[in-house]
Design a protein around this ligand. Structure first.
Ligand code: PMP
Length: 489
């Protein structure tokens, strides 16, 4: 049957349609992962892969202490809210609060980061009587309607008009942004541009409710804002009467190595903090953490806010493991070894434009050449693909999908880091030194779900561009999207 013929049992979803509806990791050669343990994942033939991307398995895939907590909690009592049960709503906030500034003392639990962002937006509007939100370009904050509207990454790639209540400031990207490393006044200029934008909005009668940002911008490709940018933004937003929301769905619980929260590493304290993903080690739980004053509006002004949730026991287990296994300290040590080694690779390979990151969170800019800084999704795709053949799972992110993002589980070791760099060096060294074209060397069709042979291969090609750099027009085209579904029916 062809991929497009109707399924023989029409009540079952067609696998092709299923795959189209979600973005597959490594979609031109998907892996069937059947189990995972700590920083390793295993496919259906029992091959072991080193996981460098699943930050959600924060303390390690299927960590026994976390699995036990989930299982005990499911076996003992599953209730909706309103009961004081072991590990209920009381113990987890008490334990988490030890890691927080005292002013962030009220917890509103929900099931996903998206819900938490939506609630934070509602609270900021209630508290300020404002309507509008300031967001950072290319940010992503979740997948429900209100939150999609706060996510430039979503409205840009879907050609949706930016809502009038959302105002986008430039990413403080000193590598590619409008103001770069060589400009000593770059931070001031980013903030001045943001101020102009807010002034204009206010001139048209808009009122700012909040500024929402990841303190370190993982989604756009791990951009670490320069010192003082976030401080300057928070100061200015508060001057205009808005609240500052830190989205720490990806960056919390010691991920940055030096601090428990990435807002601490940036020298700010948010009015509202959003946590999710890693706090449950993959189990659905999230929270808005704020002051009593802000949270009180929920009871006063929004009656009947409800959310059924029950994974707080898991949250407690994650915190326990983090401390017992000293994972934040480990992220700092392993991260600094990894950074040194990646910087050496950057010196050696023309295709690495920049390495940035902190703790266990890195972005590697893949470019056609250091001089041109032209993003190369094609080479990034190729690297991710080849690394998978080396049993290392990586991902590429960012606006141009040219940034290799490393966010492994926190139990990632120094040996893992050295292995990753060794294999990355091997893959980069095997890329021909001149520019590329896609050859017609396409292998016959692959088995269901695996289309390895369909990848275009890299071939050196004479360089005829004046500037000595490659152009997108004649570079490799891996045609991932088209090929990935063809053999699936
Ligand atoms: N904020 C950020 C920064 C995220 O990366 C995500 C999810 N990728 C969310 C919020 C939404 O979290 P969830 O998927 O749990 O709704």
């Amino acid at each position: 049957a062809s991929a497009h013929s109707p399924p023989s049992q029409p009540w079952l979803p067609n696998l092709t349609d299923l795959l189209k509806s979600c973005r597959l990791q490594n979609n031109y050669s998907p892996l069937k992962i059947v189990r995972a343990s700590y920083q390793y994942m295993y496919d259906d033939t029992n091959l072991e892969y080193l996981d460098c991307v699943n930050s959600v398995a924060h303390v390690g895939h299927c960590h026994p202490a976390v699995v036990k907590a989930a299982s005990v909690s499911m076996e003992s009592a599953v209730t909706s809210c309103g009961w004081e049960i072991d590990y209920g709503d009381l113990q987890y906030p008490k334990e988490l609060h030890q890691f927080l500034p005292t002013c962030l003392n009220t917890f509103l639990f929900c099931n996903s980061g998206s819900e938490a962002v939506d609630l934070a937006l509602q609270l900021s509007r209630l508290y300020t009587n404002g309507t509008d939100a300031i967001v950072v370009d290319n940010a992503f904050h979740g997948s429900i309607d209100s939150v999609h509207q706060l996510s430039p990454k979503v409205f840009k790639c879907n050609n949706i008009i930016q809502p009038d209540w959302v105002h986008t400031v430039a990413m403080p990207d000193l590598y590619r942004g409008p103001y770069q490393e060589d400009d000593p006044l770059a931070v001031e200029k980013y903030i001045a541009d943001a101020r102009d934008m807010i002034d204009k909005a206010r001139h048209y009668g808009r009122k700012i409710a909040c500024f929402i940002a990841e303190p370190m911008l993982t989604v756009p490709g791990c951009i670490i804002p320069p010192n003082t940018w976030l401080q300057g933004m928070y100061r200015m937003v508060r001057e205009f009467g808005g609240l500052c929301i830190a989205d720490e769905v990806q960056t919390s619980l010691g991920r940055v190595g030096s601090h428990f929260w990435s807002f601490q590493a940036q020298g700010v304290t948010p009015d509202i903090l959003i946590i999710g993903k890693s706090v449950g080690n993959g189990y659905p739980m999230a929270s808005v953490v704020t002051s009593r004053e802000v949270a009180a509006l929920l009871g006063e002004r929004i009656k009947e806010y409800q959310c059924t949730k029950m994974m707080n026991a898991v949250g407690c287990a994650v915190l326990e493991v983090l401390q017992q296994e000293h994972l934040m300290g480990s992220a700092s040590v392993v991260g600094s070894v990894l950074k040194d080694e990646l910087l050496k690779l950057q010196q050696k390979h023309e295709y690495i434009g920049q390495v940035r990151g902190k703790g266990l969170m890195f972005g590697i800019e893949i470019v056609w050449s250091k001089q041109s800084k032209k993003p190369s999704k094609e080479i990034a795709d190729h690297i991710v693909f080849e690394m998978k053949k080396e049993y290392v799972i990586m991902a590429n992110e960012g606006n141009s999908r040219n940034i290799l993002l490393l966010m492994p589980p926190m139990c990632f070791t120094q040996e893992n880091a050295l292995l990753l760099v060794k294999r990355l060096d091997k893959v980069l060294s095997a890329i021909p030194s001149k520019r590329f074209s896609r050859s017609s060397n396409i292998a016959p069709s692959a088995p269901v779900g695996i289309c390895e042979g369909r990848l275009g291969t890299f071939q050196p090609q004479e360089d005829d561009d004046d500037d000595g750099t490659s152009s997108m027009r004649d570079t490799v085209d891996l045609e991932c999207a088209q090929h990935s579904y063809q053999d699936l029916d």
